[in-house]
Design a protein around this ligand. Structure first.
Ligand SMILES: Nc1nc2c(ncn2[C@@H]2O[C@H](COP(=O)(O)OP(=O)(O)OP(=O)(O)O)[C@@H](O)[C@H]2O)c(=O)[nH]1
Ligand SMILES: [Mg+2]
Length: 358
């Protein structure tokens, strides 16, 4: 069973899932029609080809992967067309390069994937474009794997989570969805309405608090750092499991607002020297290559521990996760594919690669 969060302390550490996503090992069964363990054709010893075949998705995740796949369709159609021809040639690789760049995979990640795919196509003796696609799914999975990490709840009580990002990225909505998942798993949550900039922001968070019957700390026209200090203190005093701090949207170029974020972090530390335990950046999946600049700037200001990528429904720029993995691999805790509660899920590299390419 997949869990939304990892709870600590666990009675026994959860076993790390075996990365047996694809049958790439030489000992695995060869594709039909190839001799197992090699065979003689004429005077040449022919080894079975090592062409990865994607393993099936866990049944309980299939619906989610279908939804992710539908959301990523605009990103995936361009890439899928590359593999519709009859042969593997320079044109295929050129088209693959353009398609990956168009999907906002970025120059470095695109080059990495191309090199990797070419190397493995040659090593495996693949002859059909569909085999190249399977190799690409596997290579993309490997590239994205370092981004996979569960959010740990329970190691600290309360676990203080700060959420930041540019305007409209989906911070408040993601906090609402997270609250629902946390509350469903029995965790007590307190919300801090530290977006004191927009009047409607407090109300928006209060709606999520009501919906999930969790407490909220907010002040009309208050200072965001003061609200946060009160919330962290209240979270400790009331024995909450999690305090989620919603901050106002801001651009990394708005230096005074970035300084305000640093101040919020400092007061969190004053209220609880072990905190914040998580500093999350929410990124709109339509952002494309600018997402990398956002990750770098917010990381420099706050020291990010994780990302939430929203709005992967309908984006043509889903390749940006590969760019993040290649250039600034901050873990992706959750991805969002819509506005409803079920539309936020944990990030899994293989699911993402399959949803994008299969
Ligand atoms: N399609 C889609 N819409 C989303 C997703 N996540 C959030 N939204 C929508 O994006 C809009 C902005 O979401 P908010 O949660 O208010 O964004 P925010 O980052 O808190 O915005 P500010 O506080 O104004 O900076 C809302 O209309 C959300 O419903 C998603 O995964 N998919
Ligand atoms: Mg908001």
């Amino acid at each position: 069973m997949f869990s939304f969060f990892r709870k600590k302390p666990a009675a026994t550490p959860a076993p790390t899932p075996a990365p047996a996503a694809f049958s790439t090992s030489p000992s695995s069964a060869p594709p039909p029609g190839y001799p197992s363990g090699g065979g003689l054709i004429g005077s040449a010893l022919v080894q079975p080809m090592e062409i990865p075949v994607p393993a099936p998705i866990a049944p309980e995740r299939q619906r989610w992967v279908d939804k992710l796949s539908a959301g990523l369709r605009k990103t995936s159609t361009g890439i899928a067309q590359v593999f519709t021809g009859g042969q593997i040639d320079d044109q295929l690789y050129e088209e693959l390069e353009s398609a990956l760049l168009m999907a906002d995979t970025g120059v470095r990640a695109t080059q990495h994937l191309l090199d990797e795919v070419k190397r493995r196509v040659q090593a495996s003796g693949a002859t059909r474009p569909v085999q190249v696609k399977n190799i690409l799914i596997d290579s993309l999975t490997q590239l994205l794997k370092p981004l996979e990490k569960p959010l740990v709840i329970g190691e600290f009580k309360p676990t203080i989570i700060m959420v930041a990002g540019v305007n409209g990225a989906g911070k408040t909505t993601s906090i609402g969805k997270l609250t629902k998942h946390l509350a469903d798993e029995g965790a007590s949550v307190l919300l801090a309405a530290a977006d004191t900039f927009r009047a409607a922001a407090r109300e928006q968070l209060a709606v999520w608090a009501d919906r999930n019957t969790v407490e909220i700390v907010s002040q009309a026209g208050g200072d965001p750092a003061a609200v946060t200090f009160d919330a962290v203190s209240a979270g400790k005093a009331r024995g909450k499991d999690v305090v989620l701090v919603d901050t106002a949207g801001r651009l990394p170029t708005q230096l005074h607002l970035m300084e305000e974020l640093r101040k919020i972090k400092r007061v969190v530390q004053k209220a609880d020297p072990t905190a914040p335990h998580e500093v999350l950046l929410v990124i709109d999946g339509n952002t494309g290559q600018n997402a990398l600049a956002q990750v770098r700037s917010f990381d420099e200001a706050l020291g990010l521990t994780g990302l939430i990528i929203t709005k992967l429904d309908g984006t043509a720029k889903g390749g940006v996760l590969a760019a993040i993995a290649q250039e600034k691999p901050v873990p992706v805790y959750f991805i969002g594919v819509g506005e409803t509660l079920e539309d936020l899920e944990t990030f899994n590299a293989r699911e993402f690669a399959l949803a994008l390419l299969q």
